[in-house]
Design a protein around this ligand. Structure first.
Ligand SMILES: *[C@@H]1O[C@H](CO)[C@@H](O)[C@H](O)[C@H]1NC(C)=O
Ligand SMILES: *[C@@H]1O[C@H](CO)[C@@H](O)[C@H](O)[C@H]1NC(C)=O
Ligand SMILES: *[C@@H]1O[C@H](CO)[C@@H](O)[C@H](O)[C@H]1NC(C)=O
Length: 373
């Protein structure tokens, strides 16, 4: 049984039209396991009580697709929900590709026969101690760092592993606590090392195909645009994103790509795919109209409580004082921090059709890829 391990933030595809015909051998993979943070959490954080952010357990979260809250940090599906993996038909009968959250296991559900999702909102690549040492440990949402999630992997050899994007929160916690770019930059090598260590560990366990995603362009994300708003026009690029924060993401990504190149040399038998979330997301930040978004609302949160970007810390999405927009599909940003289902779909398409994966994702990794038009 071949194993496929995918490390990635978000691969998501949209609704149900077959893009490529099946090239999977039947039962190529036995199980799917995913690691990550809120970009791929399908309910673990909610099942831990969601104390750091209770609104995720209430509408309008889940409004668009599930029509009820599922613990996903979006109006609808995440990238991971849009892929149909190479699994035996038996697994599909349980409703995959919607991976069940690990913590739902306590119910003894049969769906765990074919995979589970360990991603927890708020998770970091670096362990909690790192943030406690910086005195911002208490601002983190969860102690389920990448290493803590990987502990569980030992039970599941010969499986398909999806390790969701990780590392973004390591920077978010610092920036939101007031650290400057210059102060956070030295942690990039540590974060990259944590990601590559996890990647190596999976390969050592037998992984042969891995997708490792980079960071999103944080300078285009609503919460950054709000917190770091500047009167100086030169701080913004021609799209309206904060140049310095995008440069920070690009620095992380270039370091990550370099580290992956080293890994490829160390493990020549493994196929290590870099997923360029930054480039895939810049498609719509650069040309919103082509992707169904509007210039006036491109950076505004669909769900929020006012302010220039509709992101208000005193009235976050789901709290009183906030409202959701009429049509989330016309917005890229959902709650100020996370993207909408509509944005997830575009990024996923970019990863699958290219050119945003290197080497390209192929149908050896995915049975049928379903993409909306
Ligand atoms: C993480 O662990 C620390 C130390 O054990 C604890 O004080 C803290 O409450 C935990 N945080 C969360 C979100 O569980
Ligand atoms: C705006 O930023 C640029 C580049 O950092 C700087 O050279 C310039 O002095 C700033 N202008 C004002 C009015 O602060
Ligand atoms: C932010 O929310 C608070 C609480 O609802 C409200 O009083 C305030 O006016 C809001 N700020 C903006 C800029 O809308």
């Amino acid at each position: 049984m071949k194993s496929l391990f995918v490390l990635f933030i978000n691969i998501y595809l949209y609704s149900w039209k077959v893009l490529s015909s099946s090239s999977c051998k039947p039962e190529q993979y036995n199980d799917i396991f995913n690691f990550g943070n809120s970009l791929s959490d399908t309910g673990n954080f909610l099942l831990t009580g969601a104390f750091a952010y209770t609104p995720v357990g209430k509408l309008p979260y889940g409004l668009t697709f599930f029509r009820h809250p599922t613990g996903r940090f979006s109006d609808g599906r995440l990238m991971i929900d849009f892929i149909d993996y190479c699994l035996p038909d038996k697994a599909k009968a349980f409703g995959l590709p919607f991976l069940p959250p690990y913590l739902a296991q306590q119910g003894g559900s049969q769906i765990f026969d074919h995979g589970v999702n360990f991603a927890v909102a708020g998770a970091t690549a670096l362990d909690a101690e790192f943030f406690y040492r910086l005195n911002i440990g208490s601002s983190s949402w969860t102690n389920h760092s990448l290493v803590v999630q990987l502990e569980c992997r030992k039970h599941f050899k010969k499986s398909l592993f999806l390790v969701g994007e990780i590392g973004g929160n390591d920077y978010n916690y610092r920036f939101f606590a007031g650290a400057s770019i210059q102060q956070v930059e030295p942690s990039i090598p540590l974060v990259v090392e944590a990601i590559t260590r996890a990647t190596s560990a999976l390969i050592e366990e037998g992984a042969v195909e891995l997708v490792v995603p980079g960071n999103l362009p944080i300078g285009c994300i609503t919460v950054y645009l709000t917190f770091f708003q500047s009167p100086n026009k030169t701080d913004y690029d021609s799209n309206g994103c904060l140049k310095a924060f995008n440069a920070f993401s690009e620095l992380h990504n270039s370091r990550l790509k370099r580290a992956l190149e080293t890994l490829r040399q160390k493990y020549p038998h493994a196929k290590i795919i870099y997923a360029d979330y930054y480039g895939a997301a810049m498609q719509f930040f650069h040309s919103p109209l082509e992707y169904g978004f509007h210039k006036e609302t491109l950076f505004r949160a669909c769900c929020g409580g006012g302010g220039p970007y509709n992101f208000n810390l005193s009235a976050g999405c789901g709290f009183s004082g906030s409202t959701a927009c009429e049509d989330p599909s016309a917005y890229a940003n959902w709650d100020g921090i996370h993207l909408t289902e509509a944005a997830h779909r575009i990024i996923a398409k970019g990863l699958v059709y290219g050119p945003f994966t290197t080497p390209p994702l192929t149908s050896s990794s995915f049975k049928n890829i379903y993409v909306l038009n």
